[in-house]
Design a protein around this ligand. Structure first.
Ligand code: ARG
Length: 462
């Protein structure tokens, strides 16, 4: 078969080279955008008198037919046709004859592929943003019933201070909020139209780029034709937003894995999201969180792939850039898959409140409250810290908790401690004392939850 670009070639392409250069296996997913942008480009050509209205009509009708065939999976792909752009154009030619060749007037595959990719990623970003909100909803719903569920907050994986479980969950809701914002900001830069830049230098035909931009829902046009065909930073930015989001998911996954381990036993994950062992009958493994944690690796890698892919390229288009698609598609797919699986898993999490509460008692988690108590009696914090530390050491020697230490024992270490100390040594009191903005006191968390709900409802409307 002769190539659409075959004019200056005397010999056919090597067969392995055809397979090596083909991108149809992965850029086929761009067909809806390829056809949509071609239709608008064609109508623009007619509006501007570059082709006739009848020619435009034939091309647009032909493109609609090609889209139907692709929708139905009826158009066979072949490596000799390289990519999705060539497949669409060559089928169009079969359907409507040589007039199909007029579609590529004032256009190049270079501005075409950049346009298709931007349209596709814009759609994916919108879907992702909605999916992020759906996961936030689930986090908030779980938080709602666990404002007063207490677990040990950790630093260095060591028991630090008791916190509300809702507070812990809301921390992830905050991360997701920023992930959503990042996606929204990337969208603004994705949503600029390259088409009309042609190969790299613009076109002598009187195209109307602003009209095309408007018809395709772009916010504006890429201002410089050379930048338009060679910029892929919108893909790098999206890959970066995806990588950050997956790092958040990986941390959440890690917590689910820890919490569900019999070592902690804080939660039970739903059976539908776990698997068993082929040899150990008792096992229930948290494969889903593990895979989410594992998949964060490839998403981080995809960002690296794109950065390295682009770093040495001179302006403008280079065929290297065809390699942009698999990493960014994979990042989007992986993020969306992870979003779905975590969103579905969260409502099935069974929380073992008493196990969490008991764990919150372990490790002298109210030692800071004891120091703060002394501060309120006028002791400088550094000194109070040292006194509380000595009392913890005494507890370790006696094998008891701070609350179990007798007043006499305490007063031996520091005479300023009085009977009212008991009130600050319980886990509940410790949590409730932290009423600073952003803190874990139940009332503060309830307020934060309400605000998070309102923000989410607001962003759903936007
Ligand atoms: N499949 C190509 C890509 O994804 C389309 C652009 C080809 N342009 C070219 N001048 N060969 O980058």
């Amino acid at each position: 078969m002769s190539k659409l670009w075959g004019g200056r070639f005397a010999q056919p392409t090597d067969q392995f080279v055809e397979a090596f250069t083909a991108s149809i296996q992965y850029d086929a997913r761009l067909y809806p955008q390829d056809i949509q942008a071609s239709m608008v480009h064609c109508r623009m050509l007619a509006r501007q008198g570059i082709i006739s209205p009848a020619e435009a009509e034939a091309i647009v009708a032909g493109l609609a037919q090609v889209r139907q065939e692709l929708d139905a999976g009826q158009l066979p792909f072949q490596e000799s046709l390289e990519d999705i752009h060539m497949h669409v154009e060559s089928r169009l030619r079969e359907l409507i004859g040589p007039v199909a060749g007029k579609l590529h007037t004032a256009r190049s595959r270079n501005d075409q592929v950049a346009t298709d990719l931007r349209l596709h990623l814009r759609e994916q970003v919108d879907l992702m943003r909605a999916e992020v909100r759906a996961m936030q909803q689930q986090l908030l719903a779980l938080a709602e019933v666990h404002v007063e569920t207490v677990l040990p907050g950790l630093t260095h994986l060591q028991n630090a201070q008791p916190v509300s479980f809702a507070h812990h969950l809301l921390a992830y809701a905050e991360m997701l909020e920023r992930d959503g914002e990042r996606l929204g900001e990337v969208r603004r830069r994705i949503n600029q139209l390259p088409l009309g830049s042609a190969a790299l230098a613009g076109t002598p035909f009187p195209v109307d780029r602003l009209w095309v931009a408007q018809e395709l829902g772009f916010d504006g046009i890429c201002r410089n034709s050379m930048d338009a065909v060679s910029d892929r930073d919108f893909a790098m930015e999206l890959a970066s937003a995806c990588a950050v989001l997956m790092v958040h998911f990986s941390r959440f996954a890690e917590e689910l894995i820890l919490w569900s381990s019999p070592l902690l036993g804080f939660v039970e994950l739903p059976d539908a999201f776990c698997t068993g062992s082929s040899i150990m009958p008792q096992k229930k493994n948290p494969d889903i969180p593990e895979l989410v944690r594992g998949k964060s690796g490839r998403v981080i890698g995809n960002l690296n792939s794109l950065l390295v892919l682009m770093k040495g390229l001179p302006l403008t288009y280079n065929r290297d850039m065809q390699e942009d698609k698999e990493p960014i598609f994979d990042s989007v797919d992986t993020v969306r898959g992870s979003l779905r699986v975590l969103t579905d898993l969260i409502p099935g999490i069974q929380v073992r409140r008493t196990v969490m509460a008991q764990a919150a008692e372990v490790g002298f988690t109210t030692a800071t409250d004891l120091a703060d108590y002394l501060v309120r009696k006028g002791v400088p914090f550094r000194e109070a810290h040292a006194i509380s530390g000595r009392l913890v050491r005494r507890c370790v020697e006696l094998g008891c908790t701070l609350a179990q230490l007798s007043l006499a024992e305490m007063q031996q270490v520091d005479g300023r401690i009085e009977a009212d100390v008991q009130a600050v040594l319980t886990v509940q009191a410790s949590v409730n004392a932290r009423q600073s903005l952003g803190g874990t006191a139940f009332a503060t968390v309830r307020q934060a939850l309400q605000e998070a709900r309102a923000r989410l409802a607001d962003s759903c409307l936007k």
